[in-house]
Design a protein around this ligand. Structure first.
Ligand SMILES: [Zn+2]
Length: 268
């Protein structure tokens, strides 16, 4: 069995961001989930990026077996209303309409695009870490061009029984070792296959297999052989095969250990 710990099927099937999914979108989602299963990707977590998209993720989890949800607000999707939106997400957790919410995220710091509001990003990141801790959930961390900021904030909570994933890992070995010591695992996806990405290959080959989970980030970040196309949860197989070759171990070993890691971090 392989697990995609980070996909956005809700974004794959819709044309417009921040709209609720319609009946037809759920039919298309079913097709995507079935296609993934043909590659042995039989569990997946859809990750929220805004209030509405998080609600879509909860709906997908409610409708499909072996599909789970993470709810949160992405640093690039924070508005002046983020506190109100996060409160709505808190209500979703309290309602417990779905016990298939397994994480808070993706949340974090992203300094990639100009005009980011760092204070707002940091405040929202901390609030979402606290929401995860209060509910004993994993945290899915998005960190882009924010090495110091992410570490500084995570360090504040390091003794609070945190656990989670550094999603789309893009930092160095030192960052990996530090966050692993705080009970995080490293999310490895299609960027592992990019020709210039020796830093990620070094990390993926050096840390224990105990500390790695696989993710596609579909529809984003397809692996090298598919660049320019829409990514798909079924492509976890490509990443798993690539990681097995890199570490000179069997695909079975990668599948078994990364699946155990997902069960440990997300309790699924
Ligand atoms: Zn994502």
């Amino acid at each position: 069995m392989l697990i995609d710990t980070h996909s956005h099927i809700n974004i794959m099937v819709k044309k417009t961001f921040d709209t609720l999914m319609q009946a037809e979108d759920f039919i298309n989602s079913r097709n995507i989930i079935n296609e993934a299963a043909t590659n042995n990707v039989t569990k997946l977590i859809n990750v929220g990026t805004s209030l509405i998209e998080s609600i879509n993720c909860i709906e997908l989890a409610n409708r499909f077996e072996n599909v789970y949800a993470a709810i949160g607000i992405h640093p690039n999707d924070l508005t002046g209303d983020w506190k109100k939106e996060l409160n709505e997400l808190k209500k979703e957790l309290l309602n417990k309409k779905s016990n298939k919410i397994v994480a808070v995220g993706e949340c974090g710091v992203d300094k990639h695009y100009p005009d980011f509001n760092l204070q707002r990003q940091e405040d929202a990141f901390k609030a979402q870490i606290e929401l995860a801790l209060e509910n004993n959930l994993a945290i899915i961390v998005h960190s882009r061009d924010a090495y110091d900021e992410t570490l500084k904030i995570l360090e504040e909570y390091k003794n609070n029984n945190m656990r989670g994933v550094i999603h789309c890992f893009s930092e160095d070995l030192n960052f990996a070792k530090t966050t692993i010591s705080w009970w995080f695992v490293i999310g490895i996806g299609g960027t592992l296959t990019y020709p210039k990405n020796n830093t990620l290959r070094e990390v993926a080959n050096t840390v224990s297999l105990n500390d790695i989970v696989l993710e596609t980030d579909a529809p984003f970040l397809p692996s090298q052989s598919m660049r320019g196309k829409q990514n798909h949860p079924q492509n976890i197989l490509i990443i798993a095969e690539y990681l097995a070759a890199l570490r000179n171990i069997s695909l079975d070993e990668v599948a078994k250990q990364t699946t155990d890691n997902v069960e440990r971090i997300f309790r699924i």
